[in-house]
Design a protein around this ligand. Structure first.
Ligand SMILES: C[S@@+](CC[C@H](N)C(=O)[O-])C[C@H]1O[C@@H](n2cnc3c(N)ncnc32)[C@H](O)[C@@H]1O
Length: 296
C-alpha cells in the first residue's frame, strides 16, 4: 500500500540507494552535533534520558514533517481503535504532539475535539527513566488515551508482561504503529550491534508500521567525545560498533533485509539533520491495517 499525496519523499521497496541522495536526507542544515544541551553532563543521562529534552529538540520540528491525514492514509478501512507504541518517550512531549498531530487536534481545544476522520488512537509510551515517566504521567492532557510506563525496552522479561497486558486490553497482540524517535543511538551505544539488531527486530515484529528517526553517526562521536572530556571511558560498545557510518542507510538495510520491512516514505529531514522514515512490516503476524480489516 502507498499513501496518497504526502509531502514526503516516496521511495520504492528497495530504495536505500535513492534515499541517500534524496534532498531531505542530504539536507545540510546547521544541525547540532550533540544529543543533549551543552550544559548537561552526559554521564547524568547515559540513555539519552535528558530532562527537558523537548526544549532543545522541540516536537514540532518532527511532527510538522508528517502529513495531515496520515492515519487515514495508512489505515483507511480500520474502524477499531488504532494502537501506537512510543519507545523512549522521555517526558512525553513528543508523544502528546504526535497524538495531537495524527488526530488533527488543536492544542488550544484540548481533548474535547473530535478526532479526525473518526480515528481512535491509543498510545503506550515507555521510557527507561522513572522520573521522566512520572513527569509525563502528571502532565498528560490525554490520560485516557495515552498511557506512560516505566520500562527498559531491552529487558525482555520486563517488557513482555507490560506490552501483553496493554495489548490485551484491546484484544490485540501487536501495535498498528511504533514510534522510535531519537532513540536508536542510545540503544546502540548501550547494547552494541547485537542490541540494535535485536531492538529493530523486536519493533518490526511488534508494529505494523514503524516511524523512526535515527541519530546520525556524528552524534555518536559527539556523545563519546563529551564522555571523554569528563574523563570517563567511552560507552561500552562505541569503539567496537561494526554498524556505523551512514546510520539511516544502515538501519534501513537492517529493517529491510533482516526484519522484513519495506520503506514506505522518507518525510524529509529535521533541523537537526535527522531523517524521519516510515517502514511497513511485511510479516504475517500483524493484525494489520488494510482494506481487509473492518474490525470493531
Ligand atoms: C534522546 S531521548 C528522545 C526522546 C523522544 N523520543 C524525542 O525524540 O523527543 C531518548 C530517550 O530514550 C530513552 N531510552 C533509552 N534507552 C531506553 C531503553 N532501553 N528503554 C526505554 N527507553 C530508553 C531515554 O531515557 C530517553 O528519554
Amino acid at each position: 500500500m502507498r499513501m496518497r499525496d504526502p509531502p514526503g519523499t516516496f521511495l520504492p521497496r528497495n530504495a536505500s540507494a535513492r534515499l541517500r541522495f534524496s534532498p531531505g536526507a542530504e539536507g545540510k542544515m546547521a544541525a547540532p552535533m550533540s544529543e543533549g544541551p551543552p550544559a548537561l553532563e552526559p554521564g547524568a543521562a547515559p540513555y539519552g534520558n535528558f530532562p527537558n529534552y523537548s526544549r532543545f529538540h522541540p516536537p514540532e520540528g518532527r511532527v510538522s514533517l508528517l502529513p495531515g491525514g496520515l492515519l487515514q492514509s495508512l489505515f483507511p478501512a480500520v474502524a477499531r481503535p488504532l494502537l501506537g507504541l512510543d519507545v523512549g518517550c522521555n517526558s512525553g512531549e513528543l508523544s502528546v504532539a504526535l497524538y495531537r498531530h495524527l488526530l488533527g487536534l488543536q492544542e488550544s481545544k484540548g481533548c474535547l475535539d473530535q478526532p479526525v476522520a473518526g480515528k481512535d488512537l491509543n498510545l503506550l509510551c515507555c521510557d527507561i527513566d522513572p522520573v521522566l515517566i512520572e513527569r509525563a504521567q502528571q502532565c498528560s492532557p490525554f490520560p485516557a488515551s495515552i498511557s506512560f510506563a516505566n520500562l527498559d525496552i531491552m529487558d525482555s522479561s520486563a517488557r513482555e508482561p507490560i506490552l501483553r497486558s496493554y495489548l490485551g486490553r484491546f484484544g490485540r497482540s501487536t501495535f498498528d504503529i511504533g514510534f522510535c524517535m531519537s532513540v536508536t543511538m542510545w540503544i546502540h551505544l548501550n547494547h552494541g550491534d547485537s542490541g540494535l539488531m535485536e531492538f529493530l527486530s523486536f519493533l518490526s515484529s511488534l508494529c505494523k508500521y514503524l516511524l523512526i528517526e535515527p541519530q546520525p553517526w556524528k552524534c555518536y562521536r559527539a556523545a563519546a567525545r563529551r564522555l571523554r572530556k569528563l574523563g570517563r571511558n567511552d560507552f561500552d560498545h562505541f569503539r567496537s560498533l561494526a554498524i556505523n557510518g551512514d546510520m539511516v542507510e544502515r538501519i534501513t538495510q537492517i529493517l529491510m533485509k533482516d526484519c522484513a520491512m519495506e520503506l514506505v516514505c522518507c518525510f524529509g529531514s529535521t533541523s537537526w539533520d535527522r531523517s524521519l522514515l516510515l517502514f511497513k512490516s511485511n510479516g504475517s503476524n500483524h493484525e494489520g491495517g488494510e482494506s481487509s480489516e473492518q474490525e470493531q
